[in-house]
Design a protein around this ligand. Sequence first.
Ligand code: NI
Length: 167
Amino acid sequence: MAILDILEFPDPRLRRIAKPVDAVGESEKALAESMIETMYDARGIGLASIQVNDDRRVFVMDVSDGHNDPMVFFNPEILERSGEQVCEEGCLSIPGVTADVQRADRVRVRALNLAGESFELEIDGLAAVCIQHEIDHLDGKVFFDRLSPLKRRMLQKRYQKQRQTVQ
Ligand code: NI
């Protein structure tokens, strides 16, 4: 396992689209385990492969209170979505900026776990937000893309300004 570097917006590599894995082998397991470690190190609740510059289709998530129950989703697919919720989202690839994003309240998702077994999960609330946010990353999207053009411009400006101050 290793702590991986997290790409930061506007890195063009965040626009890559992840490719489904044929199977969850040793190398895929190692990637997912390193992603879990990286997510905890960065104090995030989700992390997608694209964010660590790997284009295998996988994300990890831990929305448990104790931050001790990581889940791995290889080749995730949303089968159903229903309802609506607005949640304040942040992103490890866009540090220091958050925004209210509208998404489905409930999703049913199918994926392969760390053992390569298929599972389905129907879930709402924060976990549903996280799953939709991470699948967006696997499709080359960030939460800025979900905002109105005006709001996006405003937040991108704020983000750029903040980065210049830090550097
Ligand atoms: Ni993110």
